[in-house]
Design a binder for this molecule. Structure first.
Ligand SMILES: [Zn+2]
Length: 274
């Protein structure tokens, strides 16, 4: 599933292709991809608008429209946005095409059809309840400490909770916990101040590193030009299937399920008791 670094990469690489372009048409091969408003309204309110900007909040892409509304896309499990010309054959599993002027198309490819588009007047109606952005200056170790205080959920579950912190998902939660030496089942409120500091630094380092490597293509993630990211080559525990060894101490990496999510960790570098 695309997480913050993947969505940030898509935003950065899509923007030069779409900034100022006019929406000339929309083709839906799967109408369920439009969550809000009705499909008819989606067509009539989107077509003719210019795309004036593109931002990311958590795992959401927010396209500003010249008329003042925003188009919000969430790629969910398997979505990607690819740029191509009108003459190009739509990639396999394309569910929607946004046709722009100057022969530019955005292909919304989504094998499992979980991705959604929303056209709304106010972005906050969709993204207003998200937690803090982990790469913004306001997200300090003190902020993280305050949010963890007295929480009785496993820290892995908290990191994946979009209302707790925006944009982090399974992969980068596992990577950050490994780098910080914290077991995924440790309760949020049980972390010491120094552990919180390590975790804060690890979250930011792992996300920045993955952005500089253009995201992780472990499953169906593509960059807008159709190429793959390379961030997964830096992974130390995430997606390491059975039997692989910890790159630090050589202990076999283990996989447990935390709130329905497969979680990879090193039992020696991340002891269950602090
Ligand atoms: Zn280890």
């Amino acid at each position: 599933m695309p997480e913050l670094p993947e969505v940030e990469t898509i935003k950065n690489e899509l923007l030069p292709h779409i900034a100022g372009r006019r929406v000339d048409g929309v083709t839906l091969f799967w109408e369920g991809i439009v969550r809000q408003p009705s499909v008819e309204e989606f067509y009539s309110r989107l077509i003719g608008q210019r795309l004036s900007g593109l931002a990311r909040r958590g795992k959401y892409l927010i396209f500003s429209l010249s008329g003042g509304e925003v188009l919000i896309i969430h790629l969910r499990m398997t979505g990607s946005l690819l740029v191509g010309q009108d003459s190009a054959e739509p990639p396999k599993y394309t569910r929607a095409i946004i046709h722009l002027d100057k022969d530019t198309n955005i292909f919304f490819r989504d094998p499992r059809k979980f991705g959604v588009m929303r056209l709304v007047g106010d972005a906050d109606s969709v993204v207003g309840k998200l937690g803090p952005e982990p790469l913004e200056a306001g997200f300090t170790a003190q902020v993280l400490a305050k949010r963890l205080r007295q929480r009785t959920a496993p820290v892995k579950a908290l990191l994946c909770d979009q209302a707790f912190i925006a944009g982090v998902g399974n992969m980068y939660a596992d990577e950050a916990l490994f780098a910080a030496g914290i077991h995924p089942l440790r309760l949020g409120g049980s972390l010491s101040p120094i552990e919180v500091e390590h975790l804060h630094r690890a979250i930011q380092q792992k996300l920045w590193s993955a952005i500089s490597n253009k995201g992780a293509s472990v499953d169906t993630y593509f960059r807008p030009d159709g190429t793959l990211g390379t961030a997964h080559f830096q992974f130390q525990v995430a997606h390491r299937l059975g039997g692989e060894l910890c790159p630090v101490c050589g202990t076999p990496i283990e996989r447990i399920t935390v709130r329905n999510r497969g979680s990879y960790f090193c039992p020696r570098c991340q002891p269950e008791k602090a």
